[in-house]
Design a binder for this molecule. Structure first.
Ligand SMILES: Cc1cc2nc3c(=O)[nH]c(=O)nc-3n(C[C@H](O)[C@H](O)[C@H](O)COP(=O)(O)O)c2cc1C
Length: 132
């Protein structure tokens, strides 16, 4: 199986429910394609892990990368994994003004089975974005 982690920047000026639309398509497609992972979103940045059969993950990433709702997608990590590190498909969305401590513990919980480096990527990203 392949696991990809990328980071990107949200395109400004999107409707406030943009994230709901992204999540609905992700849940539907990822269930169909046996993809699991985690999407971090705070309205400005995305950090996403995708894992599953190699061809399915590559195809999903190609679709996602071309999506005009974000830009400047950069792959942070590409690894072959023997077992899934994210049991299901999940999203952690932090709305402006949301409790930072609660959000941090949610990220830690969702990434608890990820490899130390992938977990650290999510935790330090959320920490850096705390005040953003
Ligand atoms: C930040 C971001 C993350 C996304 N994550 C996924 C995803 O995990 N799976 C997925 O199928 N589509 C994801 N999408 C949506 C895809 O870009 C694309 O719109 C969708 O796969 C098209 O699916 P459809 O043909 O079923 O409408 C994401 C889009 C953005 C902007």
């Amino acid at each position: 199986m392949l696991q990809l982690v990328y980071i990107s920047t949200a395109t400004p000026g999107q409707p406030s429910n943009a994230i709901d639309t992204i999540l609905a398509a992700s849940r539907r497609n990822n269930a169909r394609d046996a993809i699991t992972g985690l999407l971090y979103a705070d309205g400005k940045r995305f950090l996403q892990a995708l894992e599953g059969p190699e061809a399915a993950v590559e195809a999903a990433y190609a679709r996602i990368k071309a999506d005009p709702r974000h830009r400047a997608a950069v792959i942070l990590s590409r690894r072959t994994i023997d077992a899934r590190e994210f049991g299901e498909w999940d999203m952690a969305y932090r709305a402006p003004g949301n409790d930072a401590a609660g959000f941090m513990s949610r990220i830690s919980l969702l990434a608890r089975d990820a490899s130390p480096s992938v977990r650290a990527t999510f935790e330090s990203f959320a920490e850096t974005r705390r005040a953003a």
